[in-house]
Ligand binder design. Sequence first.
Ligand code: ADP
Ligand code: LRH
Length: 485
Amino acid sequence: SHSDVFAAVDLGASSGRVVVGRVGTDELALTEVHRFPNRPLRLPSGLHWDIGGLYNGVLDGLRAAAAAGHAPRSVGVDSWAVDYGLLDASGALLGLPHHYRDSRTDHTAHAFVERVGAAELYARNGLQYLPFNTVFQLAAAGGTAQLRSARSLLLIPDLLGYWLTGERGTEVTNASTTGLLDVATRRWSAELAEAAGIDVSLLGELRSPGERIGTLLPGPAEHTGLDARTEVAAVASHDTASAVAAVPARTERFGYVSCGTWSLAGLELDAPVTTEAARAANFTNELGVEGTTRFLRNIMGLWLAQECLRDWGLDESAIPGLLNEAASAPAFAALIDAGDPRYLAPGGMPARIADHLRQTGQPVPGDRGGLLRCVLESLALAHRDALRRACTLADQDMEVVHLVGGGARNELLCQWTADALGLPVEAGPVEATAIGNLVVQARAALPGASHADLRRLVYAAERPRRYEPTGTAAWDAAAARMGLE
Ligand code: ADP
Ligand code: LRH
């Protein structure tokens, strides 16, 4: 049997990693060669990504891969969605990309929707209203010198791909998160571009997961020690699309939660659902691999916990101890809406949660374990609500929920998600995104393998941990208390 080596660069909101994978007909073996923190920059101009630091992290990771003797056939880059860099006519980057948690869209996003019409916008782009969708960021950037000088817009993975290869383009799964792609035709919408105040020529030519982007430029080849013939491949460059591609499902009737900084909970469908009910329930239709639709809802996710930890001056090493405290805190003492955009911005998270609890007449947990319990129970309820509503809206049912990403390490969250839904949860892989990135690259080298075959390959290599539901009646009561499904 035949196998090949590929490298995945996966940039998450909290950390970046470079993973080398050997993928073959019956083989999937992963080695993480580099991991680095992703620390945003707070500047007078707002909250930005440290894109130079991230690019160095990518190069360091590829160098570590080469130094360990790996010779990947290709490299793929994925990251969080919606954010972009602008290039001038010479190809130079015009300023640091903004972070989607920057506050500059706070007012403009809403104004844009009022102007265009929420129903019209949804009919055109099929996207959940999130204030940071690229279309709203561009509207907020209207009139700036940067936008005036810009000749091309590249999403984060495409920007890094450009620096690695000199080739520009826009990968379509990530393009589907911008709000500028037509949900029916899957092409850029000139009308939406115009509404956002940009020329549609700013948006790159679309490319699909699996397409070749180019080979390494001499600079990155020298810097990393990789062969200059190493290809850079377009993957499902939206991290969530890669994560869903690697869900180790053995049935078609599955729901998923891609659970890291965000929880993205929903279904994989053959076609978008853009009904008025789907819009009112704030569901998004993003593109997946093989032309699938990711019908899902964004939930604040473990960001809520990350920000509590940061406020308490603790790092990830404190998580296991805090989870023990959460496990022994009283159940359902306090609940929040884990989908509420009020939690989008960084800073002061424990106080913001406490404020909300007071406003809703609930007791504020007296210790950290209690507050973490409130966050995790609220998240489990939000997972339940999103998945149940997705099934109703898409007229589908599910028999199992796959929870992938860093959240799969959180046993409480996995068990509570199962309990809340009354369905088994299969947890893992933790690195589903990197795996999805790799299998899409391997796809071309594995002729005849279907997507279901690739999912079975992931299942065999990274067998998920199964959680059976118990005590769902108590969750029914908690959901009713919160007005959730
Ligand atoms: P992203 O890709 O968005 O950066 P990840 O998928 O890497 O996020 O998930 C990060 C999350 O994983 C952390 O916020 C944390 O809640 C969770 N996590 C990390 N380590 C542990 C652990 N030891 N136990 C439980 N959860 C953990
Ligand atoms: C998760 C994610 C999510 C987007 C958000 C901006 O990392 O890509 O799918 O909505 O970041």
